[in-house]
Design a protein around this ligand. Structure first.
Ligand code: G3I
Length: 348
């Protein structure tokens, strides 16, 4: 009987240990996320939250080794007046990230949103618009040439039907604005990795093919374009689709660096009344694992990294932008890791 009891004890102890091991190695956030990964794991970061929410700061610095400023590198913030650059906030963020051993990815030089009024209202000939765009790009890329080694040069320039989006740059410079933007950025810092960044390529083959065709043509002309940012604002309804695998593979097949640049996985894409539930959290976690496994299959030298568009659900852009309840990120409102975080570590 005594022997029987000690065996029983041993079994219980082993069971507890194995449980602990599983929680610690798979889902505790005691160990940094990035330490499981062979490529950088990043988050979009908001400078004000970093200053004002100590939990946000703690999780950001502990878990990630790459950062993209969610807003303050955009033209409206960095270049608010024609003859004025606001370096201070961005400088502070870069210093903070570098002190915490993080890479900083620059987002974004040319876009149709978050431009300052002076830029939207600029009056001038085509040559003057080109000169203005050049000065904007060169000033920023050169100023950061020792601290930022990758840039989203152009963001979201394509429509869903594969044509070029109607924006101030297309209107005043014409389709060559994209090629010129990449040339100016390369001139300003030949070392920097230059990206085109866009959303929805994983659901729209027409847009994907147009983007790849366009940049392959530029590359053939000798323009430096190193990578493509697949934003990946996706949702759990995609879980049955293999388009995500195809798009990651398609971009890698063309020898571009692949940055999964703004990942979040919505649980409530139709903006309905919504009750959080385990089934959806599990679907989110499984989709994450599928994405990571696909990403790990592309050649290592093309794995620029995976960046999440935020850290905790409560601060996700989705909640404010769409004014809906959603849970798209790795951490919950209390900065506790969610199943998606656990599956991510498991798949890395
Ligand atoms: O600047 C004002 C600030 O003065 C004010 O205090 C604050 C109060 O809410 O609003 C501020 O502006 C907001 C800004 O975020 C900073 O918080 C804008 O209204 C709001 O529209 C802006 O949203 C950003 C959005 O881009 C703009 O389109 C989101 O934070 C940011 O996550 C989002 O990021 C984009 C990527 O750059 C490109 N890909 C899509 C992605 C999601 O939309």
């Amino acid at each position: 009987m005594a022997v029987h009891k000690s065996w029983l004890c041993l079994i219980v102890v082993l069971a507890i240990m194995s449980c602990k091991k599983r929680t610690t190695s798979i889902c505790s956030n005691d160990i940094a996320l990035f330490s499981f990964s062979n490529f950088p794991i990043g988050a979009a970061v908001d400078d004000l939250l970093l200053q004002n929410d100590s939990n946000y700061q703690k999780v950001f610095t502990k878990q990630f080794n790459s950062a993209t400023a969610e807003n303050i590198f955009k033209p409206a913030y960095l270049h608010p007046e024609e003859n004025l650059y606001n370096w201070a906030d961005a400088d502070e963020l870069i210093t903070f990230c570098r002190n915490n051993n993080m890479r900083v990815h620059g987002h974004t030089l040319i876009w149709h949103q978050q431009n300052p009024a002076w830029m939207n209202e600029f009056q001038g000939s085509k040559a003057e618009w080109e000169a203005m765009m050049k000065l904007h790009i060169v000033s920023i890329v050169r100023y950061y040439s020792h601290r930022i080694f990758s840039w989203d040069v152009v963001n979201e320039a394509f429509n869903e039907d594969g044509s070029l989006r109607d924006n101030i740059w297309l209107q005043h410079i014409g389709p060559s604005y994209i090629e010129k933007a990449f040339k100016y950025a390369h001139e300003a810092n030949p070392e920097a990795k230059l990206f085109y960044n866009d959303y929805g390529l994983e659901t729209n083959p027409t847009k994907l093919n147009a983007v790849i065709r366009f940049f392959n043509t530029l590359k053939l002309k000798g323009v430096t374009i190193d990578g493509i940012g697949l934003q990946m604002h996706i949702n759990i309804k995609y879980s049955q689709s293999n388009m995500i695998e195809q798009v990651i593979q398609a971009v890698a097949n063309q020898n571009y660096l692949v940055h999964l640049s703004e990942v979040d996985i919505s649980l409530n894409p139709l903006s309905k009344e919504y009750q959080l539930n385990d089934k959806d959290l599990e679907a989110q976690a499984q989709l994450m694992a599928k994405i990571v496994r696909t990403y790990k299959n592309i050649p290592k030298h093309l794995q620029f990294g995976i960046t999440f568009w935020g850290i905790s659900d409560n601060y996700s852009w989705i909640r404010s932008y769409f004014n809906r309840v959603d849970y798209p990120l790795l951490f919950d409102e209390n900065f506790k890791p969610k199943p998606i975080y656990c599956n991510l570590i498991d798949a890395l």
